[in-house]
Design a protein around this ligand. Structure first.
Ligand SMILES: C[S@@+](CC[C@H](N)C(=O)[O-])C[C@H]1O[C@@H](n2cnc3c(N)ncnc32)[C@H](O)[C@@H]1O
Length: 448
């Protein structure tokens, strides 16, 4: 049984409105339980194929930007299913980490409320004694009155749905669903489990030469996948994961517990100064902004950050990293490389390289995703730099889930295809041509 249906059966609900950013979170529910779907909201969706939504056309609203990838995704869906309603947020670039519910709260609430309340729902309200709970690996909270509205996680938005829950709960019984199998968690976990991603990380860590029993920080740890790998590679270290996204940090907590790792959480701690902060092999999870961390100066023996500095103010984050690492301590920084294809001259005309798909990259205005990383690290005062550009890859046979996710995002023309066509194209691409998905990275290690 799909996760959403499992949740509805558990809550004894026969029909719901459902909204989220990532179509794969709701596709099996929409396909397998169409009678339970009163309305669908796709918010800031960056990749989508239309067939699961065909029978729900007039019940579906897609809220997008009027430019960029969410605009293309909405246009593709609408040209395939003209009955779909499209609400465009003007002059607002939506990237995977954009806080839509924070930045455009009133348009989001009004758009969803007006659209959903114009549709029928069998359930007028639900009565549940508990306001939070768990079924299988799905966690939920319930708030409000009115027909049920299930909210699924945004991709990397730190605010998630929080800024609009109060308003939405005036018209709906809002059920916020989360857990390790929803949202962006499976994607981050899938990527971190790729053999080439793992070897990038173990190379980074070995270059960093972290001293025995040292304190290691991952800035922008997301689901904590790399922190858990660090603990396995170096059980003598006390590992801290810091991130600005509480939803992902909760996922990090749940996933570490599954692996029996001792976890300490510091979610509401403006200043952390304890010397004994954590024991060897333990995992500290800390809420923190990269540009203003709650740690004292010279606190960690080593700090690393992997695919984070594209999203925030890179120079300010490097300054903060410099502040919290001890003199003589090491750092490792990895970012996606939008310049690598040109740099390596991976021309699409070249027969050999044509089999590798290098995706277009998204980057914030003050983020870094090119070889200027190396000079920025030098300018932040780190010495003896080790620089190693890297390609990590996913093959369909070995890693079907993560490969499909990346391929759909990369290959816009495939997005419109029916599922069967899409599968056929991917099979042909990966099996006959040996096509692989590859992501270039710039990696840099340095010392304070
Ligand atoms: C693509 S994920 C990478 C997660 C992890 N490093 C990995 O490789 O699996 C980027 C992470 O950076 C975090 N992030 C973005 N901006 C941040 C900021 N200003 N402060 C702290 N974390 C931030 C996001 O919340 C997200 O978890």
């Amino acid at each position: 049984m799909n996760k959403i249906n499992q949740l509805l059966e558990h809550l004894n609900i026969s029909q719901v409105f459902i909204a989220g950013q990532i179509p794969t979170d709701m596709i099996s529910f929409c396909e397998e339980n169409p009678e339970k779907v009163s309305g669908i909201g796709l918010i800031g969706t960056t990749e989508i194929y239309s067939s699961p939504f065909k029978s729900h056309g007039h019940r579906t609203i897609i809220i997008s930007s009027n430019k960029g990838i969410t605009h293309s995704a909405a246009s593709n869906l609408k040209s395939d299913i003209p009955e779909v309603r499209n609400l465009e947020l003007k002059d607002y670039e939506i990237l995977p980490w954009t806080d839509i519910a924070l930045d455009r709260a009133s348009e989001l609430v009004e758009g969803l409320t007006t659209f959903f309340l114009g549709l029928n729902c069998n359930e007028t309200t639900i009565h549940k004694a508990t306001s939070e709970g768990k079924i299988d690996d799905i966690y939920y909270t319930i708030k409000g009155v009115g027909p049920p509205l299930v909210l699924l996680p945004f991709m990397l938005s730190a605010a998630q749905w929080d800024p609009v829950i109060e308003e939405l709960s005036k018209s709906f019984t809002v059920i916020v669903a989360s857990g390790p199998s929803l949202g962006f968690i499976p994607t981050l976990e899938g990527r971190a489990s790729l053999p080439t991603y793992k070897s990038m990380f173990s190379t980074l860590l070995s270059f960093m030469e972290v001293p025995n029993n040292g304190k290691l920080l991952e800035l922008g740890c997301g689901t904590g996948a790399l922190c858990r790998q660090a603990i396995k590679l170096r059980p003598d270290l006390a590992v801290t994961g810091a991130d600005i996204n509480k939803y992902l940090l909760n996922g990090a907590y749940q996933l570490a517990e599954i692996e029996d790792i001792k976890v300490n959480t510091y979610f509401n701690c403006p200043n952390i100064s304890k010397d004994e902060y954590a024991g060897p092999g333990e995992f500290n999870i800390t809420f923190s902004d990269a540009t203003k961390m709650p740690f004292p100066d010279n606190f960690f023996d080593a700090v690393y950050s992997v695919t984070v500095l594209e999203e925030c103010d890179a120079n300010r984050a490097l300054k903060e990293i410099y502040r919290v690492v001890k003199p003589g301590g090491s750092i490792g920084v990895v970012v996606r490389a939008i310049d690598m294809p040109q740099w390596l001259d991976l021309s699409v005309d070249d027969e050999l390289w044509r089999k590798i798909i290098i995706p277009p990259q998204l980057i914030s205005p003050s983020g870094v995703a090119d070889k200027s990383l190396y000079s920025r690290v030098a300018r932040a005062n780190f010495k003896n730099l080790v620089m190693f550009p890297y390609l990590f890859s996913a093959t369909r046979k070995a890693d079907p889930k993560i490969y499909d996710w990346y391929l759909r995002r990369v290959y816009q023309p495939l997005i419109d295809m029916e599922k069967a066509e899409l599968d056929a194209a991917k099979n042909q691409a990966s099996e006959e041509d040996g096509l692989i998905y590859s992501q270039p990275l710039h990696c840099c290690v340095g010392w304070k």
